[in-house]
Design a protein around this ligand. Sequence first.
Ligand code: GLN
Length: 314
Amino acid sequence: MEHEKLRTAITEIAADMAAETDRGRVATYIPELADVDPGQFGIAAVTADGTLLSAGDANTCFSIQSVSKVFTLTLALEALDDALWDRVGREPSGDPFNSIIQLEAEKGRPRNPFINAGAIAVTDAILDDDNAEEALDKILDFLRNVSGDNSIAIDDSVARSEAATGFRNYALANFMRSWSVIENAPDRALDVYFNHCAIAMSCRQLANAGRYLAWDGKLGPNAERLIPEQRARRINALMLTCGHYDGSGEFAFRVGLPGKSGVGGGILAIVPGQASIAVWSPGLNAVGNSKLGSLALERLAERMGWSVFARGEA
Ligand code: GLN
């Protein structure tokens, strides 16, 4: 891989994004996120040899929100393996991330692990006997391990802000509890969920954290195995089909890579065998995905020739 080409692309894209005037709108339904300056943009990419290239506000920590759902899914699969799929489906929802409508029709089993209902069910699956602290420690330990950075932490004010206003998520959790899709007390599951959504990371940290998905379950081509190869590939498949809610088709069409977005404006995107990329810009498009983050990934993928649909080298 030519680092110079990637370095130039990232630097130029970051400069273009800094100059953009149409930046989308920051999420306001979590009060603490409403105050984030929409003028920011960061990008970081890690390549096979472990080189990390970045530009813009790549060192600024932001609320990873739903990007955390990739990591909780990884841990839940570690704990339950295929039994997880008794509780959560694997189909795109075609509905907004916080939609409740399918849940009733489908007997409390969420469509996929990345919509809110599915992610709450996944969180419940890694929660033993209502022990929220232990579950959160497990999530943080995993993130610190895969990113190689022990400083990663939860932003308590964001977690409290969502706990005070997340009425829709309480409704989803209670409804799922009524079907025994979640097993712990809904409040406990949500406590862990709100806290892991409130983890703060920079693009540099997040790009490092995604490495195990770029290299079939290892942090690099020659690194030790963390999760089975097939599991890493399947998480990528779900990111491609469900990672951007009702914008998943559009993201797959434009970017052609597995990606997971969060309402904090972050996106983790994976180029299998080539790179793990994190972008962040707080302004969102109409379906709750980072507007400039999506645009930057589209441009980067195009410039680098990256796509999971690209013809491989013979
Ligand atoms: N914590 C947020 C919520 O539950 C996550 C949503 C998101 O990032 N799309 O509403």
